[in-house]
Design a protein around this ligand. Structure first.
Ligand code: CO
Length: 247
């Protein structure tokens, strides 16, 4: 069952989403060659703590860090490490914060220094596909209308969407119903309603959509090792259409 949030609950959700937004704004200054992903994670955790929030991901099913930092062929769930950003990388930063009983969740993919034009396009199309998707995040549509819009925009641009990972409802729990595929058919899935809060997160690849999980149990990579991008916001469906809470 998909839980509908009251106005009061959405106000609380916004306080968590505000923290996520602040982190993603401030983290941009750290995106340069030579910076380790671990140091970025420490920076992120310090901002979350300074806002009296808790990192949603730390300890979630044993996840060891406050953010997911996914470089290049890593699609999602990269674990921060001593590895340093280098010129030409693309890096996705995914952050969750828990405050006043609710979670906010969002991700951005950044370019490090001078990045190949195809990868710049990948990052741009991934972001655009989110905005295509939320055109359908209203009570006039069904869940897969969002999915279909994301998939269409991605494939029209020659890229592919990941099939094995999904967006999700969000609220008192980081992951709630519904599951939100980034592929689908128009006019299918549950009817959307005001009060639903969704983390919509296109994961897009240059090559084939097949993925594997590394031996650390978390890091999701493309099997062909071609690069991936990720873009996510927490979105509330209101009677006036979508409201992006983490932007
Ligand atoms: Co998410």
């Amino acid at each position: 069952m998909v839980e509908l949030k009251s106005k009061d609950e959405i106000e609380k959700l916004k306080t968590a989403c505000d923290v996520v937004r602040e982190v993603l704004e401030k983290v941009e200054e750290k995106i340069k060659p030579g910076v380790s992903t671990k140091s970025i994670d420490i920076f992120i955790e310090s901002i979350i703590n300074s806002r009296s929030a808790i990192p949603s991901f730390k300890g979630y099913r044993g996840y060891p860090a406050s953010s997911c930092i996914s470089l290049n062929e890593v699609v999602v769930h990269g674990i921060p490490s001593e590895e340093k950003l280098k010129d030409g990388d693309i890096v996705s930063i995914d952050v969750g914060a828990y405050k006043n009983g609710f979670h906010g969740d969002a991700a951005r993919t950044f370019c490090v220094g001078d990045v190949d034009n195809l990868l710049k396009k990948l990052v741009k199309v991934t972001e655009e596909s989110f905005f295509e998707g939320i055109k359908y995040a209203s009570d006039k549509y069904r869940l897969q209308d969002i999915s279909h819009a994301i998939q269409s925009h991605v494939e029209k641009n020659g890229f592919n969407v990941i099939r094995d990972y999904f967006g999700h409802g969000i609220g008192r729990n980081l992951h709630e119903e519904p599951t939100i595929p980034n592929f689908g058919k128009p006019n299918r899935g549950i009817r959307l309603r005001a009060g639903m809060v969704l983390a919509i997160e296109p994961m897009v690849v240059v090559g084939d959509w097949n993925v594997a999980v590394l031996s650390d149990g978390w890091t999701v990579v493309t099997v062909d090792r071609k690069y991936a991008a990720h873009y996510e916001n927490t979105v509330a469906i209101t009677s006036n259409g979508p409201e992006i809470l983490t932007m």
